[in-house]
Design a protein around this ligand. Structure first.
Ligand code: PLP
Length: 399
């Protein structure tokens, strides 16, 4: 019996599930979740081994596809996303790759949002294309662009909401309707919100992707990922893991398992600080525009308020001027880490046009709103007044 079926767990609220679900105690009776660092498992007899291998006895066989610590993480994350099943993977990219390899074949067509993580774009544009999967990239908004891109062989719609770095918000219900009417699966990368703020399956998404590397870890230590959805689909994804090996390490699963316990507390703190910083930035004379769905002036505000319980930790803004001015503000910071990573207790700052979005053509960048004066911040858990002071130094120097 899976822990998800436990009647007591089913009565618990989200935050209690974050702390209490997915626990399988060993005979030692440990209180905190145990870390099972073992590659394989022993059997009682030859007959027992045969039953395990045949799948008649549901225990562990080999940690490429069965490990108690990884399973605890999977069960806890599944409870938090409201998913039937979860498959943990070696990284966020491994989660996307495993889903594609398990659910697509040569000749299939994918529609992917233009506004996705850069490496996701490469995975589809280069590697999936190499294996005969056709891919069309469309802007995240409006929905009509997706409807028009649908073909007879469309099998997957792939998106992130809110988008990076402009925080555009897609209507998951409308996207799910398009997927259903075209016989395709809707896949949502929920990395920016995490299940603490948004549960895409409840709005009709078929599959949720996570880079656990970001907010689920929350302290920038481990790389990992996860795929969530219906049991039959996840069975296929697990089959790919068993045969091809992009498995999450037990150690990383243990770190992520503990990360889930504080996820909601952290996401609310990230969101509250991002809101304060976005509001402050709006009032700064050398700031031209601020992009954060928490602001009532943001076009995605109402939809984000419906789909999400808070607006997340990532925001971006345009400074008055061009690349030189943006770099000046970035180089004047002393506290924020200059890195493209996000989802960390430490605030990060980056210039998208010359880093995360440098591989796409200048025309496409302009089309996507990634101008040379744009700066992205992933707000961490420091005191907001210190973050303001850190930005103020560069902003004042632009006068
Ligand atoms: C980082 C990231 C990924 C990739 O995850 P890794 O764990 O780095 O492989 C995928 N999607 C989004 C939105 C990300 O931010």
């Amino acid at each position: 019996m899976s822990k998800r079926d436990d009647p007591v767990l089913d009565e618990l609220q989200w935050q209690s599930l974050a702390v209490r679900s997915g626990i399988t105690r060993s005979p030692e009776g440990e209180h905190s979740e145990a870390l099972f660092l073992t590659s394989s498992y022993v059997f009682d007899s030859a007959e027992h081994a045969a039953a395990r291998f045949a799948g008649d006895d549901p225990g562990n066989v080999y940690s490429r596809y069965t490990n108690p610590t990884v399973r605890s993480f999977e069960e806890r994350l599944a409870a938090l996303e409201g998913a039937e099943a979860c498959v943990a993977t070696a990284s966020g990219m491994a989660a996307i790759l495993s889903s594609c390899m398990a659910l697509l074949k040569a000749g299939d067509h994918v529609i992917c949002s233009r506004d996705v993580f850069g490496t996701t774009r490469t995975l589809f544009a280069k590697y999936m294309a190499n294996f005969g999967v056709e891919v069309t990239f469309v802007p995240l908004l409006p929905v009509d662009g997706w409807r028009e891109a649908v073909r007879d062989n469309t099998r997957l719609l792939y998106l992130e909401t809110p988008s990076n770095p402009l925080c555009e918000v897609a209507d998951i219900q409308s996207m799910s309707a398009i997927a259903q009417s075209s016989g395709a699966l809707l896949v949502v990368d929920n990395c920016f919100c995490s299940p603490a703020l948004q549960q895409p399956l409840s709005f009709g998404a078929d599959i949720v992707i996570h880079s656990a590397t970001k907010y689920i870890d929350g302290q920038g230590r481990c790389v990992g990922g996860a795929v969530l959805g219906r049991q039959d689909l996840m069975g296929e994804v697990l089959g790919f893991l068993r045969s091809c090996g992009p498995t999450m390490s037990a150690f990383n699963a243990w770190v992520f398992l503990k990360g889930l316990e504080t996820l909601s507390l952290r996401m609310r703190a990230h969101s509250a600080s991002a809101m304060l910083l976005a509001t402050w930035l709006q009032d700064q004379p050398n700031v031209e525009a601020v992009f954060y769905a928490g602001l009532e002036t943001h076009p995605g505000h109402a939809l984000a308020a419906k789909q999400q319980s808070a607006f997340g930790g990532v925001l971006s803004f345009r400074v008055r001027g061009g690349q030189a001015e943006a770099w000046k503000v970035i180089d004047a910071t002393r506290l924020m880490s200059l890195t493209a990573n996000l989802g960390d207790a430490k605030t990060t700052i980056v210039h998208p046009a010359t880093t995360t979005h440098s591989r796409i053509s200048p025309e496409e960048r302009v089309d996507a709103g990634i101008t040379d004066n744009l700066i992205r911040i992933a707000v961490g858990l420091e005191d907001v007044d210190d973050l303001k002071a850190d930005l103020q130094r560069g902003l004042s120097s632009l006068n």
